[in-house]
Design a binder for this molecule. Structure first.
Ligand SMILES: [Zn+2]
Length: 136
């Protein structure tokens, strides 16, 4: 592959009826997740059924975005050419205060298990990327 080849655009998540409320809120900087309308359990990412009671009824709920680092991975290889200039790319898994887990880009320095973080949505054109930043 030549360096002069055009780099394809980053792949985007599919726009589906199930996930659309999440992405619409994310573009406004709000972290919304599904809450089961039957038993109240929160879930993320958007899914058709509640894994506790199998209800399909949903109330969307806004999260604080606060949480703690559960784990992370550092990627040194671009699995898509559009990410080549962003390496190494660090993804963190965060246990959010409301009891759900989320994956996002790490925007801090040193990583520590259990460290407090805050979610933030970064607009990338018409898309919003979930990022986590350290809390002082
Ligand atoms: Zn439920």
């Amino acid at each position: 592959m030549s360096d002069t080849m055009e780099i394809p655009a980053k792949p985007l998540p599919p726009d589906t009826a199930l996930s659309r409320p999440y992405w619409e809120a994310a573009r406004r900087g709000r972290f919304m997740v599904q809450g089961c309308a039957s038993c109240g359990k929160l879930r993320h990412y958007p899914r058709l059924l509640c894994d506790a009671c199998h209800s399909t009824e949903v109330n969307w709920t806004e999260l604080s975005g606060r949480g703690r680092i559960h784990s992370w991975t550092t990627t040194h290889h671009a699995f898509h050419p559009a990410f080549r200039d962003e390496l190494p790319l660090v993804l963190v898994t965060v246990d959010l205060d409301e009891g759900v887990r989320a994956l996002g880009r790490w925007r801090g320095g040193e990583l520590t298990l259990g460290a407090a973080v805050q979610a933030h949505f970064a607009l990338q054109g018409a898309h919003a990327d979930l990022e986590f930043w350290p809390v002082a």
